[in-house]
Design a protein around this ligand. Structure first.
Ligand code: NAP
Length: 481
């Protein structure tokens, strides 16, 4: 138990008391033990938070980028200095191994650093006029109040990847974190508080997703909704925000293919495919969901992969030896089990793992590799979000590209090859927002991250990440010449 109750609603610089009658229990997915209870807020708290954010916007939006940047720098420093404690909290509420959790916290801090730097670089434009008596300017201005909704799989970095650019641009924010992982959100808000963020600039509401979301969608003051989560919820937000024509950034689900060509460095392909699939226990939007291996190297790849997967240690993330923690909750275990059961029933063979049992002490499932996988199995069609790696073989480049593209998702795809022409050819042909070539870690502060097709709209990261939070106002000047 961390505390019996944790204040988790923060409005206009004040932490609200928690009514025990209106609270949600947070438990550790590795032990199923209760950690604490947090507030179960709804429409009323969200309305107040939006009002506070609107008031704060009147001054925060007018500050110079340099002044906003100072607070973001400070928040970055505080977060880095506290990475170990924050990582421990993250592991306890989310389950991932401590080394991954500390890595996530450091990565989350890196987004604050990047956007502290970008805050001073929101450039406008001077457009050469075709008429002598006109001058034309484009000035970037903050969008206004932003509603940010985040998932549980990266409880820290998904928040700073949104709040960093929003705050740098001069927007103010109402944040709704995932119900499974509110504690990392509480800690991040405390860091902003310590860094000197003025009241109302960052507000936090935990609780009833539908009620909080509805208020964000129907309240005209919210000008932009930035969401990371499932494609289904993304579609709902898009439909419901039509009424007020709100701006939207959507980072949604994925179904990433890995393609291992016969000219690949096989040892590298095996280690990185393993890292892509099993990091965060397969609960990553860009993790490998389907692996296509050229027939000529398939036997070697599978044998080396099996050896490495069998060596992975599953357990409590706080244990130093652990490579894979638990899944987030019982529904996640159920979904992974159903994908596994469906594949086996339709003829897939288990290369290793394959345990269908949920441990009585947590939501654990063993890392699994499947062979003889065919296209009509659910695992080849839907996002699994768990530690199961289906292998398929191929011989022809065009055929495998077609298969890789045969999905409504378009977030990330990976190829392993040492051939330059193939690298360019295949990268251009893959219908994905991100292509990793001999690389499976494309989420960095300095580059644009985001999907196409039903994986999303907009980019997070890089200077591109600021675009969604800035309106481009055209000022047309008639002058005497
Ligand atoms: P989710 O079920 O869509 O939930 C995401 C967030 O949306 C949660 O905070 C959830 O709160 C909230 N939410 C649900 N219904 C809502 C509504 N009607 N109004 C307002 N908010 C609502 O997704 P998840 O299971 O947490 O996360 C996993 C998904 O996120 C996967 O599909 C993964 O691929 C995707 N993801 C994408 C990226 C990316 O960058 N593209 C990164 C990470 C994850 P409640 O749980 O309380 O409903």
């Amino acid at each position: 138990m961390i505390n019996s109750i944790t204040k988790s609603i923060y409005i206009n610089g004040q932490w609200l008391d928690v009514d025990p009658e209106k609270s949600d229990l947070i438990s550790n997915p590795a032990t199923l033990e209760a950690l604490t209870s947090v507030a179960h807020g709804g429409a009323e708290e969200t309305k107040q938070a939006i009002k506070a954010a609107d008031q704060a916007f009147q001054s925060w939006g007018k500050l110079s980028g340099r002044k906003r940047s100072k607070i973001l720098y400070k928040a970055h420093e505080l977060m880095l200095a506290d990475a170990e404690r924050l990582g421990t909290i993250l592991t306890m509420e989310q389950g991932k191994p401590l080394k991954e959790a500390i890595g996530e916290v450091k990565g989350a801090a890196a987004f604050l650093l990047w956007y502290a730097e970008e805050a001073s670089r929101a450039y406008g434009e001077w457009i050469p006029s075709s008429v002598r008596s006109k001058r034309m300017l484009v000035i970037p201005q903050p969008v206004g109040v932003v509603g940010a909704i985040t998932p549980w799989n990266f409880p820290s970095s998904m928040i700073t990847r949104k709040l960093g650019p929003a705050l740098a641009a001069g927007c103010t924010v109402v944040l709704k974190p995932a119900p499974e992982t509110p504690l990392s959100a509480v800690e991040i808000v405390k860091i902003f508080e310590q860094a000197g963020m003025p009241p109302g600039v960052v507000n936090l509401v935990t609780g009833d997703a539908e009620a909080i979301g509805k208020e964000m969608l129907t309240n005209k003051t919210v000008r932009h909704i930035t969401f990371t989560g499932s494609t289904n919820v993304g579609k709902y937000l898009m439909r419901e925000s039509a009424e007020h024509i709100k701006k939207l950034s959507l980072e949604l689900g994925g179904h990433a293919p890995i393609i291992v060509f016969d000219d690949a460095d096989i040892d590298k392909a095996v280690s990185l495919s393993l890292a892509s699939k099993f990091r965060n226990n397969g609960q990553t939007c860009i993790c490998a969901n389907r692996v296509f291996v050229h027939e000529a190297v398939a036997e070697d790849f599978q044998a080396k992969l099996k050896e490495k997967v069998e060596a992975l240690k599953v357990g409590n993330g706080l244990d130093e030896e652990t490579d894979l923690g638990p899944l987030i909750n019982a529904q996640a275990v159920e979904k992974v089990q159903s994908h596994l059961g469906d594949a086996i029933e339709k003829g897939a063979t288990v290369v290793c793992g394959g345990s269908l049992d949920e441990s009585e002490h947590g939501h654990f499932i063993s890392p699994t590799v499947l062979a003889n996988v065919s296209d009509h199995m659910r695992i080849m069609i839907e996002e699994t979000f768990g530690p199961i790696m289906p292998l398929q073989t191929f011989t022809d480049e065009d055929v495998v590209i077609e298969k890789a593209n045969q999905t409504d998702y378009g977030l990330a795809a990976y190829i392993f090859t040492e051939n330059t022409s193939r690298t360019i050819r295949v990268s251009e042909a893959l219908e994905y927002g991100i292509v990793g070539v001999n690389d499976v870690f494309p989420a960095v502060p300095e580059a644009p991250f985001g999907g196409i097709k039903q994986s999303g709209i907009g980019k997070e990261g890089g200077h591109h990440g600021m675009d969604d939070f800035l309106e481009k106002k055209f000022v047309s000047l008639g002058i005497d010449v």
